[in-house]
Write a protein that binds this ligand. Structure first.
Ligand code: ADP
Length: 668
C-alpha cells in the first residue's frame, strides 16, 4: 500500500515536472520558429499571443499586438467572413494578407487550426511570408507571356517572310517557264535556262532556311498520309540518278521485295531527308558508288521502324568532327564551303526531321574511305492496298473555264499564261470580293467556273475565307477548287479537306506540277470517300510513278516498239521472251502487270496465264494480265478471259489505248 502511494507521488511529481518542462520547451520552440504564430480567442477575435517571428512580420512589439482584434493585422479583408470562425470550417489553409503596423500588405501562406486552451476555443494561426515566391510567380507569368508573344511574332514573321520570299520567286520561276515556251534563239534559251537553274538553286537554300526556322519555332507539322514505302524510296533514289551519273558515280537502291507495303507517315519529309543525304554523298564523292538501302528494323503493334542507310566512297569525315556535323551551320572545314558550297543546314534539318518522325540519325565514317549515314523512322503499318491514280486526258482542259484569284499581279499573269497555254479559258481577279462578284454573275447566267485557283494569302479576305463564302452561298455548285499558298501553314491540309478543296500546292509552282495536279483533280472520280483526297505536291509526284510491267513478247522489233511506248508513259518494262521466261522472271522480281503475247514459242500466253493463276491459288494475289494479239476476231476477248486474263489488246499497240486499259483495270 505504502509502496503504491509512493509510486503515485513519484508519478505526480514526474507529471508536474513534465508539464513545466514541456511549457518551457514550447516557449523555446515558439521563439525559435521562423513561422509566425498568432493565438486568437475565437469568441472575441482578440490576439492572445504572438511569437517573435509574427511580431517581426507585423513590425510591432508583442505588447502592441496582443489584445488587438486579429483582423487588424491578419486577413484584414476577411472580417465577418472568416472561414474558420464565421463559416465554421475545420481548418483554413490558404494564401492571405498580413497588414503590418505601417499599413503594408504582405502575402502570407496561413494555416489555422482550432484548439481548446483553458476551456475556451482558440485559433492557432501559423503563417509564412510568401512575397518572394509571389514575385517569382509573377515573374514566371510575365516571362511566359513574353515567350508566347515572342513565339507568336516569330511564327507571324515566318509566315510573312515565307510569303514575301515565295511570291517573287513564283514570279521569276513562272515567267521563266513561260518564256521557255516561246520562240527563242539558242543563245536566249541558254540564258533563260541559266535563270531557271539559278532560281532553283536559290529556292533550295530558301527552303532550307525556312524549314530550319520553322522547326526551331516548333511550327513544323508533319503530314500523316498513306503511301507506298517502296515506291517513295525507289522514286526518290532514282530522281537523283542522273546527277550521280553525271559525276560518273553508281547510285544503287537496295530495297527488299517484301517491303512493298503501305505505311502512314510523311513521305515528303522522308524524301527530304533521303535527298539531303544522297545529295551530300554525291557532293563529297569523286569516284566509286553510293548505296542507299532500307530495312525493316522492328515491328510492334501497328508501329513499324524502318532503318535507312546512305553509304558513299567519298572523302569521309574526320573522327573528331563526327559529332558536330548535325549541329546548325556546321561544316567539316570552312574550305569545304568554298569547294562544295552548301549552307551547313542540311544535316541539322535532317536530324530535326528524323527526330520529329520518331527516329534517330547517326554516322560512321573514315577519312578518305567514305561515310555511312544511318537513320530510323517510325511509321504506322497499313494493310490496305495502294490506290491507283487516274489523270484526266489533257484534251479535257480545252475550253474549260477557270477563275484565278490572286492579289499579286505577276502571279496572276503567270497563272493566266499557263492556263491559256493549255487552251483553258481563264479569268483573273485581284481579290476575294471581285471573285465573289464573278462567281455570282456566272451563277445568274446559269454557268459555273470549272476550276477556281485561289491564293491563300490575300489582304482583306484571305483564300480560305473566300472558299468558305463560296461554299456558304453555294455560288459555284461543284467548281473544283485549288488552293495555292506561299507559306504552308499548320493545319492547312485539314482545312482544305474540311472545305472540300481538291488541291493544295505551295508556291513557287512549276508549270508541269500545276498541270499534273489539275489533271489529277479532274481525273479522279468524286466518290464520297475521295473528298478526303487532297492533291498535293507529294500526290502529284507519287502518281507519276510508272507500273512495273512484264512484257512477254518473242519478236525483237515488237519488244522494242512496245517497251518504248510503255516507257514513254513512265512505266518500267522488263522483257520476257516466252511463257517459260515469264514464270522465271516472276520468281526474280515483283510486277504490277503483265502484257502477254498470245503466240510465243516454248510456252504460249494461254498456258503461261493458266500456270500463273494456278500458282496464285496457292500463294494468293492476282496480277492483272492483258493479252496482246493480232487476232482481233469476235469472241476472242471471251477466250482470253476464260484463260484467266483480264482483257486483251489488238496489235499494233497504241500508247493511249494501253493507258486507258491500265487505268480502267486499276481504277475498278
Ligand atoms: P552542307 O552540305 O550544306 O554544307 P550539311 O549539314 O548537309 O551541310 O553537311 C554538313 C557538313 O558535313 C558538310 O559541309 C560536310 O563537311 C559534312 N558531310 C556531310 N555529308 C558528308 C559526306 N557524305 N561525306 C563527307 N562529308 C560530309
Amino acid at each position: 500500500m505504502e509502496n503504491k502511494k509512493q509510486l503515485i507521488d513519484t508519478k505526480t511529481k514526474d507529471f508536474n515536472d513534465e508539464v513545466v518542462e514541456s511549457e518551457a520547451s514550447l516557449k523555446t520552440i515558439m521563439k525559435g520558429l521562423m513561422t509566425g504564430i498568432a493565438i486568437i480567442d475565437e469568441q472575441t477575435h482578440t490576439i492572445v499571443d504572438v511569437n517573435p517571428a509574427a511580431a517581426d512580420m507585423i513590425g510591432l512589439p508583442r505588447e502592441k499586438i496582443v489584445g488587438k482584434i486579429c483582423h487588424k493585422f491578419i486577413c484584414p479583408a476577411e472580417e465577418g467572413k472568416c472561414p474558420i470562425s464565421d463559416l465554421n470550417q475545420k481548418v483554413d489553409n490558404s494564401e492571405r494578407i498580413l497588414l503590418t503596423g505601417k499599413g503594408e500588405e504582405i502575402p502570407i501562406l496561413k494555416t489555422v487550426t482550432r484548439i481548446d486552451l483553458f476551456g475556451r476555443s482558440h485559433l492557432v494561426n501559423s503563417f509564412v511570408n510568401i512575397s518572394e515566391r509571389k514575385e517569382m510567380e509573377a515573374e514566371l507569368v510575365r516571362a511566359k507571356q513574353e515567350a508566347i508573344a515572342a513565339s507568336q511574332s516569330k511564327s507571324e514573321f515566318l509566315a510573312n517572310m515565307s510569303h514575301e520570299i515565295r511570291t517573287p520567286m513564283n514570279g521569276i520561276m513562272g515567267m521563266t517557264e513561260l518564256l521557255l515556251d516561246t520562240v527563242l534563239s539558242e543563245e536566249q534559251k541558254d540564258y533563260v535556262e541559266t535563270i531557271r537553274f539559278s532560281s532553283e538553286s536559290l529556292l533550295t537554300i530558301i527552303n532550307d532556311i525556312l524549314d530550319f526556322s520553322k522547326i526551331e519555332a516548333r511550327k513544323l507539322d508533319l503530314d500523316n498520309i498513306e503511301f507506298n514505302l517502296k515506291d517513295t524510296f525507289s522514286n526518290t533514289v532514282s530522281s537523283l540518278a542522273v546527277q550521280a551519273h553525271k559525276k560518273g558515280l553508281e547510285l544503287i537502291a537496295d530495297i527488299p521485295p517484301e517491303l512493298n507495303y503501305n505505311v502512314s507517315g510523311d513521305p515528303g519529309r522522308l524524301r527530304q531527308v533521303l535527298i539531303n543525304l544522297i545529295n551530300n554523298a554525291i557532293k563529297f564523292t569523286e569516284k566509286g558508288e553510293i548505296g542507299v538501302s532500307v530495312r525493316e528494323q522492328t515491328r510492334s503493334g501497328s508501329k513499324i521502324t524502318m532503318h535507312f542507310t546512305v553509304a558513299d566512297t567519298g572523302i569521309g569525315i574526320p573522327k573528331y568532327k563526327l559529332s558536330m556535323i548535325f549541329k546548325a551551320f556546321a561544316q567539316v572545314d570552312n574550305s569545304t564551303t568554298r569547294k562544295y558550297g552548301g549552307t551547313g543546314l542540311g544535316l541539322t534539318i535532317s536530324s530535326m526531321l528524323v527526330h520529329l518522325m520518331g527516329g534517330r540519325i547517326w554516322v560512321e565514317s573514315e577519312e578518305g574511305k567514305g561515310s555511312r549515314f544511318h537513320f530510323t523512322v517510325v511509321f504506322d503499318y497499313m494493310v490496305k492496298e495502294p490506290r491507283r491514280t487516274v489523270r484526266a486526258k489533257f484534251d479535257r482542259l480545252q475550253n474549260m473555264s477557270a477563275l484565278i484569284v490572286d492579289d499579286n499581279p505577276t502571279n496572276r499573269l503567270v497563272l493566266y499564261g499557263m492556263l491559256k497555254n493549255w487552251k483553258m479559258i481563264p479569268k483573273a481577279v485581284e481579290s476575294g470580293k471581285a471573285a465573289l462578284k464573278e462567281i455570282s454573275r456566272d451563277k445568274k447566267a446559269g454557268k459555273k467556273f470549272d476550276l477556281i485557283l485561289v491564293d491563300s494569302q490575300m489582304p482583306e479576305m484571305d483564300g480560305f475565307s473566300l472558299v468558305e463564302r463560296i461554299i456558304k452561298e453555294d455560288y459555284s455548285g461543284h467548281s473544283t477548287i485549288m488552293m495555292l499558298t506561299s507559306s504552308g501553314n499548320r493545319g492547312d491540309a485539314k482545312r482544305c479537306r474540311e472545305l472540300g478543296i481538291r488541291g493544295y500546292l505551295i508556291k513557287p509552282i512549276k508549270q508541269s506540277e500545276l498541270l499534273d495536279a489539275i489533271l489529277l483533280m479532274f481525273g479522279i472520280k468524286t466518290k464520297e470517300k475521295d473528298n478526303e483526297l487532297l492533291i498535293t505536291r507529294h500526290f502529284v509526284r507519287e502518281s507519276k510513278k510508272g507500273l512495273k510491267i512484264l512484257l512477254a513478247e518473242d519478236n525483237i522489233i515488237n519488244q522494242k516498239v512496245s517497251s518504248r511506248i510503255l516507257e514513254k508513259y513512265g512505266h518500267l518494262v522488263t522483257i520476257a521472251v516466252d511463257g517459260k521466261d515469264v514464270l522465271a522472271k516472276m520468281k526474280e522480281k515483283s510486277f504490277d502487270l503483265i502484257l502477254m503475247d498470245v503466240q510465243m514459242p516454248n510456252m504460249d500466253g494461254f498456258e503461261a496465264t493458266r500456270e500463273i493463276r494456278s500458282q496464285e491459288k496457292k500463294s494468293g494475289g492476282h496480277i492483272p494480265i492483258i493479252a496482246m494479239t493480232a487476232h482481233a476476231f469476235s469472241g476472242y476477248r471471251d477466250k482470253c478471259i476464260r484463260a484467266g486474263m483480264n482483257d486483251y489488246l489488238a496489235k499494233p499497240l497504241k500508247g493511249e489505248t494501253i493507258e486507258n486499259m491500265i487505268n480502267s483495270i486499276f481504277d475498278s
